[in-house]
Design a binder for this molecule. Structure first.
Ligand code: RFL
Ligand code: PHB
Length: 389
């Protein structure tokens, strides 16, 4: 097989890049290790920046989103039994869109099927070869048969655990990492939310987040320890803990229901530089991870592939090769802004195990400052709704 761009991974980054390239008249083949149902079954992000919605529109997949998504003009931050609203719309004139990653993925899969562009699911043992030559190629096994895909470029969109980043010699990359000493336990349930906007709650028992997917479906998280197991958390235990953290008034009026998904995610910040090696370009979680507190992971995947599609489209339109050289620097500037914001939100809202009392006071003061200072609220709002592309 031969194509222009081999895309590894059919998560949001790979699928969105596939659509943007299709719209630009560039051929791509997507290789994905799992089945479509497995990819759609991973419950993850829920908040889209306006820039991400614009990119989805550009890719021609915004129609269902515009009819079904919820528009939120702010979030609430809870602490000490009180809540404070950060009014994005008033502070910075922008809003965010609440629409599940599963829905984004489904829309992208449907669009790809409709345009007849090739995706190979259950592609096993993917290996990347000759990355520094002008003719890189990918070896993989599909339905027991070994295959070879020749291409001009490879887009590594295969997430944190994928093969792309690991195919780059260690000495060609610099890695930056922070592992946080806690995780998030998340539950999805089909009950109407008792909140109008997301609530990020600091509490003595640890952080909790009240989110939603629609007017009928909630997504809730509690901070948990790293060695915690999903099996230790019955639905009853989860809801009791969530209610104790989110605030009495919300607890009193919320309805709960059986979980339809429950999982634990560790929190980490991770970035590799550069996001390119020869003809291989990394995008999304393959190149960087942020803790979910800032709601930035999916949005960064979208901005990366936006820059990457611009670079590739420029190259194929006959621009000098330098357009390709600019990709990593452009993407990383935005990545580091999101890494900083996600680290700040995480530090502000979580109790760290064995927290130094000095830092406890600093954290409390930072929250106080946020609630009394419009400048501080503006800084949160500006970052949460998304810095310009
Ligand atoms: P993905 O989604 O991990 O997709 C990578 C795909 O590559 C496939 N793959 C391979 N394919 C072929 N060969 C191999 N060797 C392969 N290895 C892997 C995988 O099967 C998979 O299909 O990465 P991508 O596309 O970069 O997308 C990134 C986002 O999924 C991620 O950043 C977000 O989910 C992060 N995130 C959030 N982001 C937001 O913007 N807003 C949020 O509100 C938000 N909340 C969250 C989140 C992530 C969470 N978890 C579980 C980590 C909440 C949580 C709890
Ligand atoms: C979610 O709805 O899953 C979600 C929302 C906001 C976050 C993280 C996760 O910061």
């Amino acid at each position: 097989m031969r194509t222009q761009v081999a895309i590894i991974g059919a998560g949001p980054a790979g699928l969105l890049l596939g659509q943007l390239l299709y719209e630009a008249g560039i051929e791509a083949v997507i290789l994905e290790r799992r089945t479509p149902d497995h990819v759609l079954g991973r419950i993850r992000a829920g908040v889209l920046e306006q820039g991400t919605v614009d990119i989805l529109d550009l890719a021609g997949v915004g129609e269902r989103l515009h009819s079904e998504a919820l528009i939120h003009g702010g979030v609430e931050i809870g602490t000490g039994g009180r809540r404070h609203r950060i009014a994005f719309k008033d502070l910075v004139g922008k809003v965010v869109t609440v629409y599940g990653q599963t829905e984004v993925t489904r829309d992208l899969m449907d669009a790809r099927a409709a345009c007849g562009a090739p995706s190979i699911y259950e592609a096993e043992s993917v290996e990347l070869h000759d990355l520094t030559s002008a003719r890189p190629w990918v070896r993989f096994v599909h339905q027991g048969i070994e295959q070879r895909l020749d291409c001009d470029f490879i887009a590594g969109c295969d997430g944190y655990h994928g093969v792309s980043r690991r195919s780059i010699p260690a000495e060609a990359l610099s890695a930056f990492e922070r592992v946080y000493p806690f995780g998030w336990l998340g539950v999805l349930a089909d009950v109407p939310p008792a909140w109008d906007e997301l609530i990020y709650a600091d509490s003595e028992r640890g952080f909790a987040l009240a989110s939603m997917r629609s007017e009928k479906r909630i997504r809730c998280y509690v901070q948990c320890s790293l060695d915690d197991k999903v099996e230790h958390w019955s639905d009853a235990r989860f809801w009791e803990e969530f209610k104790r953290r989110v605030g009495e008034d919300v607890a009193a009026r919320m309805t709960v229901g059986p979980s339809i998904e429950k999982s634990i995610a560790p929190l980490r910040s991770f970035v590799v530089e550069p996001m390119r090696y020869g003809q291989l370009f990394l995008a999304g979680d393959a190149a960087h991870i942020v803790p979910p507190t800032g709601a930035k992971g999916l949005n960064l995947a979208a901005s990366d592939v936006f820059y990457l599609h611009e670079a590739l489209a420029g190259y194929y339109r006959g621009k000098p090769r330098e357009v390709l050289d600019q990709y990593s620097g452009r993407a990383l500037r935005r990545v580091w802004q999101a890494v900083r914001f996600s680290w700040w939100m995480t530090s502000l809202l979580h109790r760290f195990p064995g927290e130094d009392p000095f830092f406890g006071r600093i954290r409390g003061s930072e929250l106080q400052y946020l609630f009394q200072s419009e400048s501080s609220q503006k800084a949160l709002a500006e970052n949460y709704v998304g810095l310009p592309l």
